[in-house]
Design a binder for this molecule. Sequence first.
Ligand code: ADP
Ligand code: ADP
Length: 223
Amino acid sequence: GSGLAVRDLVVRFGNTTAVDHVDLDLAPGEILALLGPSGSGKSSLLRGIAGLEPLAGGLVAWDDVDLTNEPVHRRGFGVMFQDGQLFPHRDVGGNVAYGIEHLSRAERAHRVGELLDLVGLTAYERRAITTLSGGQAQRVALARSLAPHPRLLLLDEPLSALDRALRERLVGVLRDTLKATGTTAIYVTHDQDEAFAAADRVAVMGAGRVLRIGTPREVWRDP
Ligand code: ADP
Ligand code: ADP
């Protein structure tokens, strides 16, 4: 397959053009970090690719199949947004199991255990969501987004609520997991070190456009 193709994508909010004719290609299994100042259109680009915002123009395709008119749940993409709410009426394990309810009970239990171990929350499986710290809730949301093995994972600052030490550990764990499963991902971050640690390539956005794209070395080479 040929992976993700984004062509001439436009997302508008009234008179604001949040994503301004963006083209983007990701090979299968590739991890792209998306950087840029606040308001540069990173979240809107992810939401446009996911099918969570109506497009003012453009196309989103996976393996040469046009998904532009497919609803979110038919794209095979996983999303984790900063405001991505956990389900408060389900416990931690129930949240992680949300996307894998088609699996057998034993397979589901195994997968939930594996993912909670990955994010360091093994002891929290039966905890109520309301008892979690912001950082713990974010780690549960990350585990939930990984559970169904999406072919493309869209992560909007997935580790932003964690302290530095935990973030540095989890960015490595996350990269290893994505690579081991061949998952393609776009990873929004404000942190250059995190982008370097996570990604194969880096794209820098400004005013709704992709200003630079390349390997971390190419993008941050001295001018
Ligand atoms: P970033 O993720 O880089 O911070 P966003 O995609 O959130 O950028 O925002 C891009 C532009 O679109 C900004 O000007 C922002 O104010 C605007 N915008 C984003 N979401 C909305 C919305 N729901 N309604 C109106 N304007 C929005
Ligand atoms: P945050 O950075 O948002 O405070 P973290 O997920 O980084 O949250 O948690 C830091 C540590 O604080 C955890 O490893 C855990 O030991 C402890 N902790 C935080 N909230 C709770 C809680 N509700 N119950 C038990 N321990 C907690």
